[in-house]
Design a protein around this ligand. Structure first.
Ligand code: ADP
Ligand code: MG
Length: 636
């Protein structure tokens, strides 16, 4: 036999992982058992699935289970399954390289975050190699399901290399013997093993036997009636399923009979994982047919915007011999998807009614997904729109939220449109001069401060017959003139010469200069021409395309503002006063700044220093000329 022994080197990355695992002492070392049981369970699911279509299988009628045992004398643990087994090639490919994508992610996180391994191990399955946290040596004996072929023994001390040799093995499956290291002898205990199985592997769908006793629940949780399941059961199931160490935020258990039969157990996690958020990757839902596992991370059971949902779906109506490829185009799955989507949205709706605070938390975490849905899922748009939440001008802090029905209920009879303002933050939006009119007239304005809000509004257009209107969109219809003291404003004639002057000085930097109806405390502001893009949207376009040309805007002038009134007086005195032109440029730049369109905000500072220089000199002069006598008096 020893002649046949081959020594193989580990792949470099594998070695790195081993070093991390072996040379640290982890509080969560016990998860090695979870990983090995999960592999055994996968191997059993695979053989179950293969048996459906392939008659030529070794030990066709073997019981599908996982057997655990231990030997206190020898300090060994064994875990044996009747799963699909491995050929020699499988062993080299699967156990010498990093097979699992979870393991790769684990390594990446360890390197980029420098987070403690124990925090990460719980989150990612680190796979087979976690066994080296507790083992000084591992011997794995396996035989694949193929009728021909033979058994193989793989063994390793967890560093540098592993050995392979052919062995006599008559039955299908894999048996792993773990020679515990000194620090890990505690695991040689029935009590300890049973507890670990219950903690992590209770819902593995195959019996896990310890001393001939089944220690896990086995029965698929989703097929049980709700009355027989506790909250703890659901949470534990979720943790097993997702490797999340936090309890789920929300769960929904469905048992539907018509028109299609299916069970579903769906979970909203507490947090969005980075994959889902940035890589836009779905963690997906596991698909079962008649209790047989078909596929994990199925992406056809929910629309992409619900990719943060985790869970299982199991249907009696789905044929067992459905191939993994044909799943994509399965009409039945399409129907299940439709039904799941509406039920989830209804669940969110009822949460928003029954628990406002909890829904607020949901919205903060998952609101952007709902917005994505509004744009992407036309058939469900109405339902999704009801879930939308915004901060608005009626709120005292950025923490408060309003729904569209609430906004509409506060609208006066004259108000025909729903007003909104787009900006990078509530703070920025509050300083938008275009808001002044709305504040003064108690018109509620929605604050759209999420980067996708602009697209959302473009898609939405209206709610219950009331169209959405940006407050910076030119020519807001139905705006009444401000009730104000007209004596404090310029006459029509004066206004016209101010406008002409601005137009002359700004030239083609603006589309037009007009009298403002909406400004209260600010001298001027830039307004987007009707139906143009918002400045916010334009900036985003510019970010992706450097050649994107910003559109010209209208400059609106507040004829009641003291700067403008003073300018008008100076203009009548001497229209060629160079100071006036500087005022125009400075006002225009300030308006650009408010819109976030000023390329170089520091330019504004230089101008401001000039103005302050003038202003201080002027004050000095006027105080000198005001007190010549008193100055003379004190001299005497
Ligand atoms: P993962 O399970 O995420 O793929 P692991 O490191 O846990 O990663 O396992 C690597 C691979 O080794 C598995 O994908 C599987 O192909 C193989 N494997 C591990 N344990 C078993 C087993 N008990 N029976 C059959 N194959 C196994
Ligand atoms: Mg695994």
């Amino acid at each position: 036999m020893s002649d046949n022994k081959e020594v193989h080197e580990y792949q470099a990355e594998m070695q790195k992982l081993l070093d991390i695992l072996v040379h640290s002492l982890y509080t969560e070392r016990e998860i090695f058992l979870r990983e090995l049981i999960s592999n055994a369970s996968d191997a059993l699911s695979k053989i179950q699935f293969t048996t459906l279509t392939n008659p030529d299988i070794l030990d066709k009628d073997a019981t599908l289970d996982i057997k655990l045992s231990f030997d206190s004398e020898a300090k060994t643990l064994t875990i044996e399954d009747t799963g699909i087994g491995m050929t020699k090639e499988d062993l080299i490919n699967n156990l010498g390289t990093i097979a699992s994508s979870g393991t790769l992610k684990f390594l990446k996180e360890m390197q980029s975050n420098k987070e403690k391994a124990e925090n990460l191990i719980g989150q990612f399955g680190v796979g087979f190699y976690s066994v080296f946290m507790v083992a000084q040596k591992v011997v794995l004996e396996t035989r694949s399901y193929h009728l021909e072929g033979q058994g193989w023994r793989w063994s390793s001390g967890g560093s540098g290399n592993y050995e392979l040799e052919p062995i006599e093995k008559s039955n299908r499956g894999t048996k792993i013997t773990i020679h515990l290291n000194e620090e890990s002898e505690e695991y040689c205990s029935e009590f300890r093993m049973e507890n670990i199985v219950k903690k992590y592997s209770n819902y593995i769908p195959f019996p896990i036997l310890l001393k001939d006793k089944t220690v896990n629940k086995v029965k698929a949780l989703w097929t049980l009636s709700k009355q027989d399941i506790t909250k703890d059961d659901y949470e534990e199931f979720y943790k097993t399923l997702s490797h999340d160490f936090k309890a789920p935020f929300l769960y929904q258990h469905l048992s539907i009979d018509a028109p299609i039969q299916y069970y579903a157990l769906l979970f909203v996690p507490e947090e969005v994982s980075n994959d889902v958020l940035y890589a836009r990757e779905s963690t997906g839902v596991s698909l079962y047919a008649q209790r047989v596992f078909i596929q994990s991370e199925n992406k056809n059971l929910l629309p992409p915007y619900l990719r943060f949902i985790r869970g299982v779906v199991d249907s009696e109506d789905l044929p067992l011999n459905v191939s993994r490829e044909s799943i994509q185009h399965n009409a039945l799955l399409e129907k299940i998807k439709k039904s799941l989507t509406t039920r989830l949205l209804k669940e969110f709706q009822s949460l928003s009614e029954s628990n406002v605070e909890k829904f607020k938390t949901f919205w903060k975490t998952f609101g952007s997904f709902i917005k994505e849905g509004v744009s992407a899922d036309f058939p469900n748009r109405e339902r999704l729109v009801e879930l939308l939440r915004f901060n608005s001008s009626v709120h005292d802090s950025g923490d408060e939220l309003t729904s569209l029905p609430e906004y509409v209920s506060r609208m006066s009879e004259e108000q025909k449109e729903i007003y909104y303002v787009v900006g990078p933050s509530r703070e920025a939006v509050l300083h938008n001069p275009n808001l002044e009119y709305f504040k003064a007239n108690s018109l509620e304005v929605l604050f759209l401060v999420d980067h996708i809000d602009d697209f959302l509004m473009t898609d939405l257009r209206e709610y219950k017959g009331k169209s959405f209107k940006s407050i910076s969109q030119a020519d807001i219809e139905g705006l009444k003139d401000k009730d104000e003291d007209k004596s404090e404003t310029l006459s029509e004639e004066e206004s016209k010469s101010v406008i002409d002057f601005f137009q002359e000085k700004l030239g083609d930097k603006v589309a037009d200069v007009v009298v403002s109806k909406r400004l209260v405390g600010s001298p001027c502001s830039l307004i987007n021409p009707k139906d143009g893009m918002s400045s916010h949207m334009e900036k985003m376009m510019q970010a992706v395309n450097k050649d994107f040309q910003l559109s010209k805007k209208n400059l609106e002038i507040n004829m009641s503002h003291r700067i403008i009134r003073n300018m008008s007086n100076l203009l009548q005195e001497n229209a060629s006063n160079p100071f006036l032109e500087e005022c125009v440029q400075q006002l225009f730049n300030s308006a650009l700044l408010v819109e976030g369109l000023l390329d170089n905000p520091l330019e504004l500072l230089t101008h401001m220093y000039d103005f302050m220089g003038d202003s201080t000199e002027f004050r000095l002069k006027s105080s000198e000329s005001a007190t010549p006598e008193s100055a003379a008096e004190t001299k005497e």
